[in-house]
Write a new protein. Structure first.
Length: 487
């Protein structure tokens, strides 16, 4: 029995499983070939040909027909917002101090301080890392390979835990931005349906709206990017066997070998079962416990609320979400999901360590309100919690999606005759997005398009289908719904 127990423990030892899996990987033909270099020939950056330069929300983008790009796109929660904010400020300062054109030394410094640093942060593994999930990873892999040889030529790529690296050359009229939009839009809808999506803190937004792209300069540069992808430690590339699969195979093999004494000897199994029954303890699952006393600590509740109100007072001029909520109804713009997430992150940090769900329950107990199950499961309920703390007389403590639903029903009763059935369906979609995100971004065009990427539609590209239903861009009606539903 001691030997059996020892073998079973070793079969679950991560170090031993990894050793067996690594031995299996190194013996595979794919590993021995080490990703045979693609026979495809690619076109590289031509400094003499026309280059289109555009500035995205945060990143510059160069475009040239027929070239191959190295692209990185990442999950929306793959980097902490405060780190990104500091990064952008530092980058903006550096660019002001070092205006174009840059010499070779400036280019080297820029690359090390900015693009290279982002790659290093990604490799550290921040956020939900839902691309570790095999189903999510397969969805992204299938999307990337689907139009290979048609809309683009694909070289090597890797799906890491929280980001993707890919070498891709767009073909004919297809642009890099169209290809990336197609990948992100398709995979977002699929990934959000997986159980793993519950870990995604930015849901329903899956991907960061901008991708980092770089036109490959030469054959030598292409080989460096290939080596980077091959050596990527977070995930295996598409031509190598999955280490997760190998680990599972190794664990199954070790467990099967360790269990042989039980699996092949019925007499031994019966003996173990008899010993287990002789020493078994019976637990009473039938008789119910009697509740002697229950109550709620009102003093603790008041302390929670005082701490919450102090947080709001201390930060009303510092946190963007609070600036917007405190200025209602005169705010010039609406609260968006990223700002709401930043507020939620700040609440839990020192010195406050506030759990919004406990504050919500404290209000309900002290004000003798009906109790809400899991009150802050939906992040937008923070809007209701802040407004109630600021103005408890006029701002009801009710789940934000319920308030949105009530206001939407009232608005539709007054204006429903303006819309046909197809338009009403899209109004429902927009209303649900606002309920879960706080607002539908309309001020910035890039944010507006990014919001539409998170909308699900079985009829095609969501914004295009909505435009067809309304006869034009529905931005005006979305702005009206923002005003009515968030009021």
């Amino acid at each position: 029995v001691k030997k059996l127990a020892s073998d079973l423990l070793q079969a679950t030892d991560p170090d031993r499983i990894n050793k067996v899996a690594e031995a299996s990987r190194l013996s595979s033909p794919e590993a021995q070939q080490l990703h045979q270099q693609s026979e495809e020939t690619f076109t590289f950056l031509n400094a003499e040909a026309e280059i289109t330069k555009t500035q995205g929300a945060y990143l510059p983008h160069w475009h040239q027909d027929g070239v191959i790009y190295f692209v990185t796109f990442r999950l929306a929660d793959s980097l902490p917002q405060e780190k990104l904010a500091a990064y952008r400020e530092e980058k903006e300062t550096w660019l002001k101090q070092n205006p174009d054109p840059h010499d070779e030394e400036q280019k080297r410094v820029y690359h090390e301080r900015f693009p290279q640093r982002i790659q290093q942060w990604l490799d550290l593994g921040y956020g939900s890392m839902i691309l570790k999930d095999q189903q999510a990873k397969q969805i992204v892999t299938d999307a990337i390979t689907h139009f290979d040889g048609d809309r683009y030529k694909l070289d090597e790529f890797v799906v890491a835990a929280n980001h993707v690296h890919v070498l891709v050359a767009p073909q004919r009229e297809h642009t890099l931005s169209d290809i990336l939009h197609s990948w992100k839009s398709f995979t977002s809808k699929k990934i959000l349906k997986l159980p793993a999506a519950e870990r995604l803190t930015t849901a329903p937004t899956v991907w960061q709206k901008e991708s980092w792209d770089h036109i490959v300069r030469s054959e030598a540069s292409l080989e460096k990017f290939r080596e980077y992808i091959r050596a990527h430690v977070a995930e295996a590339s598409r031509l190598l066997s999955s280490m997760e699969d190998l680990r599972r195979d190794a664990a199954a093999t070790l467990a099967t070998e360790a269990a042989q004494p039980i699996a092949t000897k019925p007499t031994f199994r019966k003996l173990l079962e008899k010993k287990r029954c002789d020493r078994e303890m019976t637990i009473d699952h039938i008789s119910g416990d009697q509740l002697i006393e229950a109550g709620y600590d009102e003093e603790k509740a008041r302390g929670l609320i005082e701490n919450w109100q102090k947080f709001l007072e201390d930060n009303q001029d510092e946190i963007t979400a609070l600036q917007i909520l405190y200025n209602k109804p005169h705010a010039k713009r609406h609260l968006v999901f990223e700002e709401l997430k930043a507020l939620a992150d700040a609440v839990g940090k020192p010195p406050y360590h506030i759990a919004p769900a406990e504050v919500w329950k404290a209000y309900e107990h002290l004000e003798k309100r009906p109790l809400t199950a899991d009150p802050v499961k939906t992040l937008t309920n923070l809007i209701s919690l802040v407004r109630h703390a600021v103005d408890p007389e006029t701002a009801p403590l009710a789940p934000f999606p319920e308030l949105v639903e009530t206001r939407f029903t009232q608005w539709l009763a007054q204006h429903g005759d303006r819309f046909n059935p197809a338009q009403r369906r899209w109004l429902e979609v927009i209303k649900n997005y606002i309920a879960l995100n706080g607002a539908f971004a309309t001020d910035d065009q890039a944010d507006y398009l990014e919001a539409w990427q998170s909308v699900d539609s079985d009829e095609g590209v969501p914004l295009a289908v909505a435009r067809k239903a309304f006869g034009n861009d529905p931005k005006t009606i979305i702005e009206e719904l923002n005003l009515v539903l968030i009021a």
